[in-house]
Design a protein around this ligand. Structure first.
Ligand code: DGT
Ligand code: CA
Ligand code: CA
Length: 567
């Protein structure tokens, strides 16, 4: 039983209802599924605390299904639907180009139930005979399959497990049983999704420490337990490897277990080329240990400058560290504000006043309030008049609490590339985020032209979550990104790095790519409630993974500097 399993059940119900032509309900199921997968605690705790109705998108009907799941481990509606549709929607959905209806069509005509069936059918060219599936579709699907296989391994978005990881580390530290405790692995590299959590500690008495770890409240099941490594399943539905090493090896172990694997392999080759041996216990010259106590020591002994974990993906950082040309990437504490947030005036849960004061409490200097514009009906988008009244409230609040507020909007880019609010309203805004949520085409050129028309309008500050992908739910919009980046450069429009965990958009590799153009980046949490304002840190992590410097990221600018950029 886990949040993820329940969310997957709801997503599948939504898909099946779509196939059956049921209106609205699929949206409700997906909304609830998204909230459940974003909870920081176990769903059963919410039930125990009588707080199910506090979960966004959960009303009475879905509440009952959640209670049923917690009590019996099953949702009977789902079991019933599954009999009619024995299809693995959760994995097939990840394949770009496959929606519920197509998935069902493939099942009906070829009996395809899962990714393996789909792969086989493609390799046997069985899809070509189907209506609407040409040779090109076959190639596209087979390309998309590669990435689908990766994303359906049970990976959890970083933002949905980072709090838990930090709590575990803090409790381990407080136990007094360890000298050092640190997060390692993909979590330390702040990768957008995490396969399993790795934690490293040093101690003289590992047995007692291991016992303490196995009994922690966050642990649901012990999988393997030994004196140096214990693997468990956590209640949030993620596995965790916990390793304890002697203190004098902590640095090299931390380096090793932070990875990534390719980075480590390259590092080991460098060691070998210098006649050294590198492993998790240290660097050795013959039998003599010459480094390993600190991570910095390991890199420096190999002739490399130290680099932050976020950069360790073997994408050129090792070569740059050797030639002393590593860029100085933007620091978390240089981020002064949040440039994408929602309030309960559109689809957020908390009020303008509450969001602003929470942002202040988190130490931000400014916050842009960017509610949805009119045509995004599912998110209660606002018209010109409502924006006028919100802007008045912002004027009277602005600066009072020692925090500045930017008047903003997440503006729908309509199907023909035109914009959704009057020029008069737009001219009063400090920060305008252009977004495509609806009527996304399957045609790359159509999508690209639409976005470029909006970029050329001269009204937009930035482009919201540019690829539109939602991890575990929706593939990226088919776009010619080179053309988009060129248009942004030419028109002085920024690109957003959206820190909302299932978005993480732009992804880090595309940030890297876009930074070859003269483009600036805006970071936003996309918070829809107070607790989500902390996602700004995840946007900063992606900026760091994309090697952005302070100057590339406008959230390092002061409020006054940003206002000056107003178009
Ligand atoms: P994940 O868990 O899939 O999100 O990604 P990681 O990077 O946390 O991978 P994980 O948990 O399998 O291993 C943790 C680290 O241990 C990894 O980043 C590098 C190191 N490591 C794991 N396997 C190997 C290996 O075969 N060779 C080397 N050199 N290092 C490895
Ligand atoms: Ca891991
Ligand atoms: Ca691991």
């Amino acid at each position: 039983m886990s949040n993820k399993e329940l969310a997957d059940i709801f997503y599948t119900i939504a898909d099946i209802l779509d196939i059956e032509g049921v209106k609205w309900k699929p949206i409700a199921y997906r909304k609830a599924a998204l909230s459940i997968s974003t909870l920081s605690g176990d769903i059963s705790e919410y039930y125990k605390g009588g707080k199910l109705d506090k979960i966004e998108g959960v009303g009475e009907g879905l509440g009952k299904k959640i209670v049923e799941y917690i009590k019996t481990g099953k949702v009977s509606k789902y079991e019933e639907l599954r009999k009619k549709y024995p299809i693995d929607f959760n994995s097939l959905r990840q394949v770009r180009g496959l929606g519920p209806k197509k998935i069902y069509y493939l099942y009906k005509s070829l009996g395809i139930k899962n990714l393996d069936d789909l792969k086989r059918a493609i390799s046997e060219h069985k899809l070509r005979g189907l209506e609407g599936f040409g040779e090109k579709t076959e190639t596209n699907l087979s390309e998309a399959l590669g990435s689908a296989v990766e994303s359906t391994e049970k990976r959890i978005p970083l933002g949905f497990m980072l709090d838990n990881a930090e709590r575990i580390v803090s409790d381990l530290s407080k136990s007094g049983l360890f000298k050092k405790v640190q997060i390692a692995g993909s979590t330390r590299r702040m990768r957008e999704t995490v396969g399993d959590l790795d934690i490293l500690a040093s101690s003289d008495k590992p047995e007692e420490g291991m016992r303490f770890f196995s009994k922690m409240g966050e642990v649901s099941k012990v999988l393997v337990s030994g004196p140096t490594k214990t693997s468990v399943e956590l209640k949030i539905g993620l596995n965790c490897d916990f390793r304890v090493v002697p203190d004098e090896s902590f640095g090299s172990a931390l380096q090793y277990f932070t990875g990534n694997k390719e980075h480590n392999i390259k590092l080991r080759k460098i060691a070998i080329s210098k006649g050294l041996k590198l492993n998790e216990y240290g660097i050795f010259k013959g039998k003599k240990k010459v480094a390993g106590e600190s991570e910095e020591g390991v890199y420096s002994y190999l002739g490399l400058d130290y680099m932050p974990p976020e950069m360790r993906e073997d994408t050129g950082e090792i070569e740059a560290a050797q030639s002393h040309t590593l860029p100085k990437i933007v620091d978390y504490n240089e981020i002064l504000g949040d440039l994408h947030t929602h309030t309960n005036d559109s689809d957020g849960a908390d009020s303008l006043e509450e969001m602003v004061s929470e942002a202040k409490r988190l130490g931000l200097n400014y916050i842009a309030i960017t509610n949805h514009s009119y045509s995004l009906r599912v998110s209660r988008g606002l018209d010109d008049k409502r924006f006028e009244s919100i802007n008045k409230r912002i004027d009277s609040l602005n600066g009072k609490d020692g925090i500045k507020i930017l008047k903003g909007v997440e503006l729908e880019i309509l199907k023909d590339g035109s914009l959704d609010l009057s020029s008069n309203t737009l001219s009063k805004m400090d920060f305008i985020i252009g977004a495509m949520h609806q009527s996304i085409s399957k045609d790359r050129k159509e999508n690209t032209d639409r976005l470029i028309k909006a970029i050329e309008s001269g009204k937009l500050s930035t482009i919201a979550h540019p690829t539109g992908r939602i991890i575990g739910e929706r593939p990226p919009i088919d776009l010619d990104l080179d053309r988009i980046f060129e248009a942004c450069e030419k028109n002085g429009v920024m690109l957003e790095i959206n820190g909302y965990p299932t978005r993480s958009d732009l992804p880090f590799d595309l940030v890297r790519k876009a930074s070859n153009y003269r483009i600036k980046f805006s970071l936003g949490s996309d918070a829809h409630r107070l607790a989500q304002l902390r996602f700004i840190r995840l946007a900063a992590a992606i900026a760091r993974r994309g090697w952005l410097t302070k100057n590339n990221v406008i959230n390092t600018y002061s409020y006054e500097q940003i206002i000056k950029l107003k178009r």
